[in-house]
Design a protein around this ligand. Sequence first.
Ligand code: ATP
Length: 258
Amino acid sequence: MSAVPLLEVDEVVAGYGELRVVQGLSFTLAPDEILAIVGANGVGKTTLLNALAGQLRIWSGRVLLNGERLRLRRAHDVVRGGIALVPEGRHVFASLTVEENLRVGAHTRHARRDVEADIERWYSTFPQLQQLRRRPAGQLSGGEQQMLALARALMSRPRVLLLDEPSLGLAPQVIESVFEFIRAVRKEGTAIVLVEQNARLALETADRALVMQRGRVALEGPARELARDPRVRDVYLGRRETSVTPAAAEPNLESEER
Ligand code: ATP
């Protein structure tokens, strides 16, 4: 790992009104790395990603990309800075065509020829998208919309991709192709922060992982080691594969000996 991490999240605090959700959370991300964030429902994973994407104001803390502090005030600046979010529920522009969605993803870039080249590149990666290029995105299946949302986020050529629940609502075979694509994106040099309700899938896919509890990092380590950790297995990898773990049912991992 290089001395300066690609992304450094330092004591970030964020929430809504009086509600402090993310409570001083820190982590680093290396280039080409997939970091999974697992945790019970409602622990604040989406809130964290939205804060890192500039869509929710952070109350305090810092976010550095390549050692430089990011201005998180406007989502636009964050995208220009090199971070792109694929939000939970995908949020493609339903009335725009597939191709128009991809162009919207490139709105922070000026070199038109490069944008066209990237569109062609994503079409060769996802031939289905090419076939659907003139179709309104609202008519696509869930899996196709997830592929489009990923390709659209990549149109800004981010260095860090934030993925919020990419498997949500998709059939198992479709999930497999979405995750194949996620691994391919990392191989091509984009680092990924992956929030995923299916903790097993998240830990199989990621290099490192952290467990979020009470708005903080409770455990952190290589994903394979965390997958073997009995505390993680019991709470997040039990029979309930889709992690419906209510926060109240979790043991406090921070207070236990590792
Ligand atoms: P899930 O897996 O269920 O999406 P999560 O870990 O992503 O959970 P968040 O969606 O970040 O959790 O929610 C964290 C807390 O913040 C919850 O208590 C939730 O009720 C609250 N919350 C989320 N969005 C808002 C909002 N827009 N306004 C007020 N409170 C919110």
